[in-house]
Design a protein around this ligand. Structure first.
Ligand SMILES: CC(C)(COP(=O)(O)OP(=O)(O)OC[C@H]1O[C@@H](n2cnc3c(N)ncnc32)[C@H](O)[C@@H]1OP(=O)(O)O)[C@@H](O)C(=O)NCCC(=O)NCCS
Length: 174
């Protein structure tokens, strides 16, 4: 297994068209269907990074600000931002396009975490990620803080151990 991989090697672009079976009774894309596509696209990016089977460990908050209409073309761009021991954070950006109207809008951004597992579903080490562009470096640098926040919220890390969050919550200060 490669010890290091570039962030660009995980880029995954997935395109879907919103069809009647994907919509609610208002002819808008159902949130659950979008999350399903996000999960698949992000899982492919994580697999590209580690060349292993991956499982979804968490999905950070996703809000639905505007409806996506029947017939829109959805593009999901996923890329690993940083890897840790067995886990990888993936950033997903979603755009919706009305091709006949020549309108394209960014609709969602989210972070998912995947864990690489072996044949017995046990977490297994993944390659280190090397960021190159300014955007990749910014994502990489923020990933440790986001990891600690989600592990604290999932009760998998004690707040006092989340050193990256000290400046946000004034932890440790009287
Ligand atoms: C994710 C899973 C493999 C973690 O297994 P575990 O035995 O708890 O393993 P560990 O405690 O050693 O954690 C392994 C990694 O998962 C990460 N992790 C665990 N829970 C997490 C969460 N809620 N959010 C983010 N990362 C998480 C840990 O931080 C650790 O990362 P690291 O190795 O990079 O430090 C296990 O909980 C699992 O199989 N969950 C079900 C996955 C699944 O079926 N997904 C589809 C949902 S329908």
């Amino acid at each position: 297994m490669a010890k290091q991989k570039f962030a660009k090697d995980s880029v995954t672009i997935m395109t879907e068209m919103v069809l009647p079976n994907d919509t609610n009774t208002l002819n808008n894309l159902m949130g659950g269907r979008l999350m399903y596509w996000m999960d698949i696209s992000a899982a492919i990016a994580a697999q590209k990074h580690c060349n292993r089977i991956v499982v979804t460990a968490s999905a950070d908050s996703i809000s639905f600000k505007q409806p996506i209409n029947l017939g829109n073309v959805i593009t999901l761009r996923s890329q690993v931002t940083r890897s840790f021991n067995s886990s990888m954070e993936v950033f997903i950006e979603v755009t919706a396009e009305d091709i006949p109207a020549k309108k394209k809008i960014m609709t969602h951004r989210a972070y998912f975490t995947f864990v690489a597992v072996d044949q017995h579903s046990k977490p297994i080490e993944v390659p280190e990620l090397i960021p190159e562009t300014p955007e990749e470096i910014e994502q990489y640098e923020g990933a440790l803080r986001r990891r600690q926040l989600r592990l604290v919220l999932a009760k998998r890390m004690k707040p006092e151990d989340a050193v990256e969050l000290k400046s946000i919550f004034n932890l440790g200060e009287k």
